[in-house]
Design a protein. Sequence first.
Length: 117
Amino acid sequence: MSRTLSKKSKLKRSRQRHVHEFEGSTKLAEAGPDRHNHRFAGVTGQAIRVGNSHVHEIDLSHTDFLDHFHDLKKIRTGPAIPVGNGKHVHFVSGMTTENDEHRHAFQFATLIDRPLV
């Protein structure tokens, strides 16, 4: 019997948790004719319980390519922000990795998890 409980505990701990899609654009960087921004999209990691809420991590996402690209790497969202009907989003802000001697700031809100459920 204790083996069965142990298996159930392991299954409970390994149960998948929700994720969020995201998309956005970086802020402009550089000056003059080199001034530009990038777009990006991806899916967060699974929910990580923090206090009475939860956050998500973005392990790695690349921007689009404009003779170079940047990474969004090891980014953590803010806590859940309720938007009604039991749904929520997360606010995210940070900096891209450096490439071509510059970085870009970004900020965005994730998309709603399970929008049709």
